[in-house]
Design a protein around this ligand. Sequence first.
Ligand code: GDP
Ligand code: MG
Length: 297
Amino acid sequence: MKKTGFIAIIGRPNVGKSTLLNALIGEKLAIVSKKPQTTRNKITGILTKGETQYVFMDTPGMHTPKTKLGDRMVEQTNSAISGVDACILIVEPIAHPGDIELGLIEKIKQSDLPCILAVNKVDRTNPNAIGDTIKAYADIHNFDAVVPMSALKGKGVDILLSEVDNFMMEGQWFFPEDAITDQPERVIVSEIIREKILRTCDEEIPHGTAVVIEEFKESGKLISIRAEIFCEKASHKGIIIGKNGALLKLIGSRAREDIEKFFGTKVFLDLWVKVKENWRNSDVLLNNFGFANKDDE
Ligand code: GDP
Ligand code: MG
C-alpha cells in the first residue's frame, strides 16, 4: 500500500534546515550558508523510499521582518505550517529555547500539528548539553518524538526519517517516483548561484542580491544559462565583480560545477551584474524576481 505525507522543516535561521533537506534527499536542493536567512523560497524536496513518498518543505527561518522581502518569508513559513501532516522543529543544542522557538511551538500547539523535535549539531557538543536541551524543550511541549542528530555528518537522519514515517498516510503519491523536487530548474539554478555569491563575497552585499535566470537553453549535451545578478548599489556591483572580474569568475566557476553536477551535463554559464536600488522593498521588483506573494497561494 502506497503512503505519502507533507512535512515542514522549521526552525531559526542557520540551525541546519537546508542541510537536513540535502541530507535527506541526497542532492543539493536547498542552499546552505553560514549567514542566516539564505533560504528565501519554499523548496520542496521529495524522497521516495519503498512504498512511501515523503514531501519536505524547507522554510525560511522565523524572524522579525524588516523589509517586504522579510514579510514574504514569514508568510511562507506560516503557510508551510498550515498545509502539512507533520513538522520537524530543528533546534540548536542549547537548553534555552529562544523567542523564535517559543513562537514556533505556540503555532504548533495552536494548529495541533504533530511535531518531531530534532536537536541538531550534536557533533559540536556533549551528551550533557543534549540531555539538558531535550529536558528544556520537553517542559514546554509534548513532542511526538525527539531525535538528536547531525545533519552535516548525516548522523541520526535515518532515525528522524523513521519517526517521520509514523505520520505518513495511505494514499497515492503526488509526484513521480524519481522526482526530487517540484521546483523549476530555473529556481534551482538561481539558488545555486546565490549560494556561491554568499559564500564567495563577505559582509552585507550578498543579502541585497537576487538572481534572475534570463535564459536556459538545452541543446544536445550542453545547457546554456544566462543569469543576471541584481544588487542594490553600484559599489556592490564593483565588489561582486572584483578586481579584473576575478570574483565574478570564481562565483561563476563554483556555480557551474554544482549546476553540472545537478543536471549531469556540461553547462555554459554567463553571469551579468546589474544594479536595482532598494529592490527588497519594491513589490513590483519582488514579483519580477519571482518571490512568492501570499496572494499567489
Ligand atoms: P538553515 O538556515 O536553517 O537552512 O541552515 P543551513 O542548513 O543553511 O546551515 C547553516 C550552517 O550550519 C551551515 O554552515 C551548515 O554547514 C551548519 N550546520 C548544519 N547542520 C550542522 C550540523 O549538524 N553540525 C554542524 N557542526 N554544523 C551544521
Ligand atoms: Mg536554509
